[in-house]
Design a protein around this ligand. Structure first.
Ligand code: SF4
Length: 78
């Protein structure tokens, strides 16, 4: 098991959410991972962290995949 499953987000090895550094609850982490990180292109393309990186920015460590702001708002507040 290499963790290089094609359904995995290409950022998973360095992403604090995927690496378990953002959420105290393992259960919550697993839910986020199922919705965003291991759900292929469709999953990661709705993750605000991934959207930000794709747009050429670094994601703040504490940005949640489901941050309620638009990408434009997040970028403005970086
Ligand atoms: S989908 Fe989002 S939260 Fe998951 S590994 Fe990728 S950047 Fe991190």
């Amino acid at each position: 098991m290499t963790g290089d499953n094609l359904n995995y987000c290409p950022k998973h090895k360095t992403c604090p959410l995927f690496q378990g550094e953002m959420l105290a609850s393992k259960k919550a982490q697993e839910i986020y991972m199922r919705i965003y990180c291991t759900a292929g292109e469709k999953g990661r393309n709705r993750c605000k962290r991934f959207m930000l990186v794709k747009a050429g920015y670094s994601s703040p460590d504490d940005l949640m995949p489901n941050d309620e702001r638009t990408l434009e708002q997040i970028i403005k507040e970086l």
